[in-house]
Design a protein around this ligand. Structure first.
Ligand code: 13P
Length: 257
């Protein structure tokens, strides 16, 4: 099975949660976990910009990697409120989430800006967690595959096969995010498999077999084993359950092979 060749990656997306003291407390709890220390998967926490420094400092010498939740596509300039990819690289940030549905929904993110941000991050040496996923209306209209293919193809425009090695794709059905309504493992696996075939159509079978595809949307300890047992689901992008050490630890255990 190709799944065994791919890196399992579990990433927490803290979204707009945790002040500095709360962040330090959670990271210190994660650091003490034997399960996390011995994880057989990559472990990432994507924290608010204001917690990046704390997170980088506290995770030094551990296997916990740090990510941001967005970056701008220009190198510098008059973009009030934005952070460039180079600014993240300079800090030592290794990952960035791009195209999260909350950014698409509330902050005018489009497939084109997702593509620009993806290229900017990759060119700055940051690995990208690229989010795609359909809304409930789109699923009900039977256009899930069209939407996800379009998002994937546009986001990856201009990304070379070599750069693709630094891209993780996260399938996050919008209707499953923060709703407690998880996609069934069948639904999630179908779309993750479809995303892999889309990547194959853009690159090669080898590239598609190598790309890590996460599922995200109400993933929690109770449903993780089943989701992660699927051939095309190589990890998770976790919102709510990444904010509690015990839950995140349990998810790391599930993602470890
Ligand atoms: P929840 O796990 O809270 O549903 O959030 C998923 C998500 O959006 C991760 O990016």
């Amino acid at each position: 099975m190709n799944k065994n060749l791919r890196k399992a990656i579990l990433a927490g997306n803290w979204k707009m949660n945790k002040n500095r003291a709360e962040a330090a407390e959670l990271i210190n709890e994660l650091k003490q976990s034997e399960i996390i220390k011995n994880a057989d998967c990559e472990v990432i926490i994507c924290v608010p910009f204001t917690n990046l420094e704390t997170a980088l400092e506290l995770t030094q010498g551990t296997n916990i990697k740090v990510g941001a939740q967005n970056c701008h596509f220009e190198k510098s300039g008059a973009f009030t409120g934005e952070i460039s990819a180079d600014m993240l690289t300079e800090m030592g940030v290794e990952y960035v989430i791009i195209g999260h549905s909350e950014r698409r929904q509330y902050f005018g993110e489009t497939d084109l800006t997702v593509n620009k941000r993806t290229l900017a991050a990759l060119n700055a040496g940051i690995k990208v967690i690229l989010c795609v996923g359909e809304t409930l209306e789109q699923r009900d209209d039977g256009i899930t595959e069209e939407i996800v293919a379009m998002q994937t193809k546009i986001a990856l425009k201009g990304v070379t096969e070599e750069q693709l090695k630094d891209v993780i794709i996260a399938y996050e059905p919008v209707w499953a995010i923060g709703t407690g309504r998880t996609a069934t493992s069948q639904q999630a696996a179908e779309v993750c498999g479809f995303i892999r075939s889309t990547v194959k159509s853009l690159y090669t079978k080898q590239a598609a077999d190598g790309v890590t595809i996460q599922y995200g949307g109400s993933m929690k300890p109770a449903n993780a084993d089943e989701l992660l047992s699927r051939e095309d689901i190589d990890g998770g992008l976790i919102g709510g359950a990444s904010l509690k050490a015990a839950d995140f630890e349990a998810l790391v255990r599930s993602a470890s092979k």
